[in-house]
Design a protein around this ligand. Structure first.
Ligand SMILES: Cc1cc2nc3c(=O)[nH]c(=O)nc-3n(C[C@H](O)[C@H](O)[C@H](O)COP(=O)(O)OP(=O)(O)OC[C@H]3O[C@@H](n4cnc5c(N)ncnc54)[C@H](O)[C@@H]3O)c2cc1C
Length: 460
């Protein structure tokens, strides 16, 4: 084996880091990598998930772009695996494939009323405010009182974007339609619900502190939630992150409130039971049960039921991966089943209920589709290192493609009439968006419609 022809599907951080790590790794063979993404722009959730008012994190795009700009990875944007390209195509042209397709849809919230009009998945809203081309351009921001369910950073992002004054978002890269929508929002109160106590949240301290600094927004916390038990006190004393979170909230408990025109309420020990119908099939309220610490770091229901009127609800209870045609999928966990990145299929002798315990040679996974939708961008780097280690060690078991020449895949995409975009295309789009931003005195204005993105990328 003198050369590894590798396809990577997914140009988010996981896919780009995997390519970079392989190119820099000690190995006895040459490498040629093609990176595919179904979007015309690379960077996955860094572009289409990270909130626009987090420019420092968005700035990771610069580091990812530096990797691509080195010129040793071919990029094919606007190519959808499963539609434009199949696993059989990849077997014909490559020695191996790494799937780095992430997780973009919302995990289900299984309570009555979750499908009422006005109940939205956080992932859909995030895709809207980050200008994802495959989501509607308008968003119904008609509610004054809104509930957000979840106690992780996505819940904080969604709450912050809902309650922040649109003028404070104007300097960011939000698309024009998003600014217009947020500017017209009548929201006054956002209520964030978590089943457990303040010392069990999954917020990171930096993101939590940030909501306390929003212009003209009061943070409302409730004294009843801070009657800590031994487990909570031990968490504050023994975990630096929890210590800082407690410190931030302690400061909020002492703050004067009442002057701001908008409020962000944090409700802990609150287990949502039902989203209430307003009588017309729309969200009209939320019913929850007060919980209490169980003494071991968990919570139990107290039987005390409470209600609150709301007109919209956002479910920020996690993301979930999507299956890819011809690739094994673990429906329970929403991931491609794998052992340290080596994709596993079911034991064929055990039928459809068999365990995923047979290595599917030539097929690898990395990032959120490998591990599940938890963790920060940096974690996808260690993920990629593990996957690449196995890819290199498995050299004897790679596929033996019949047409590995670099031109062959280009000819295939051309023959199918696919309007793929390359790295030059990304540069064109990037320059165009920066120029739009500059003309309006803003960082960047994102182009949203897919066809327009492709046209600009292709210089048409
Ligand atoms: C709302 C939100 C905010 C976040 N904020 C932060 C933050 O502030 N800081 C931080 O460190 N982390 C943050 N994260 C986490 C971070 O985004 C993830 O850790 C990281 O993006 C996961 O990388 P990935 O490459 O596995 O997946 P992704 O980033 O999702 O990339 C997957 C890529 O695969 C492509 N793809 C999917 N299906 C196909 C297909 N069929 N064919 C071709 N291509 C396909 C997608 O278009 C995408 O480009 C946030 C996540 C979310 C959801």
């Amino acid at each position: 084996m003198t050369k590894l022809r590798l396809a990577i599907v997914g140009a988010g951080p996981a896919g780009i880091y995997a390519a970079d790590i392989l190119l820099k790794a000690e190995r006895k063979f040459e490498v040629s990598i093609d990176l595919f993404d179904h979007l015309p722009a690379p960077y996955g959730l860094v572009r289409y998930g990270v909130a626009p008012d987090h420019p420092r994190i968005k700035g990771i795009i610069t580091a990812l772009r530096d990797v691509l700009d080195r010129g040793d990875i071919r990029v094919f944007g606007n190519v959808r695996f499963g539609i434009d390209l199949t696993i059989d195509d990849l077997k014909k042209h490559y020695n191996a494939v790494i799937f780095a397709t992430g997780a973009v849809r919302d995990a289900d919230l299984l309570i009555p009323g979750a499908d009422l009009v006005g109940s939205y998945g956080a992932a859909e809203f995030v895709s809207w405010f980050d200008g994802h081309p495959d989501f509607p351009r308008t968003w119904p921001l008609e509610a004054r009182e809104i509930a957000v369910i979840g106690n992780g950073n996505v819940a904080l992002d969604v709450s912050r974007m809902l309650i922040k004054h649109a003028a404070d978002l104007l300097p960011t890269e939000i698309p024009g339609n998003v600014y217009d929508g947020l500017a017209a929002s009548p929201v006054t109160d956002v209520h964030v619900f978590g089943r457990r106590g303040p010392t069990s949240v999954k917020f990171t301290p930096l993101e939590l502190r940030e909501i306390g600094e929003l212009n003209d927004v009061d943070i409302i916390v409730h004294e009843e939630d801070f009657d800590y038990d031994d487990a909570a006190r031990a968490a504050v004393a023994g975990n630096k992150q929890v210590f800082v979170i407690d410190k931030v909230m302690t400061a909020w408990r002492k703050r004067e409130v009442g002057a701001a025109s908008r409020r962000l309420h944090l409700h802990f020990f609150a287990k949502p039971l039902e989203i209430l119908d307003d009588g017309h099939g729309r969200v009209g309220g939320i019913r929850w049960e007060r919980t209490a610490p169980d003494g071991e770091g968990g919570v139990v229901g107290t039987g005390e039921i409470r209600e609150l009127p709301i007109q919209a609800l956002y479910r920020a209870v996690g993301y979930f991966g999507s299956p890819l045609p011809g690739v094994p999928f673990d429906k329970k966990r929403g991931i491609i089943p794998n052992r340290e990145g080596q994709v596993l299929r079911r034991d064929p002798s055990a039928g459809s209920g068999g365990l995923f315990n047979q290595q599917m040679y030539g097929v690898y996974a990395t990032g959120w589709i490998k591990r599940g939708p938890v963790g920060l961008i940096g974690h996808t780097k260690s993920d990629a290192m593990e996957t690449i280690k196995h890819l290199i060690n498995d050299a004897g078991n790679w596929w033996r493609p019949e047409a590995p020449e670099e031109d062959a895949i280009v000819a295939l995409l051309d023959s199918r009439g696919i309007r793929y975009t390359g790295l030059d295309g990304w540069h064109n789009l990037d320059q165009h968006e920066l120029a739009l931003g500059e003309a309006a005195g803003r960082v960047r204005i994102k182009v949203v419609p897919r066809d327009e993105m492709v046209d600009i990328s292709l210089g048409r």
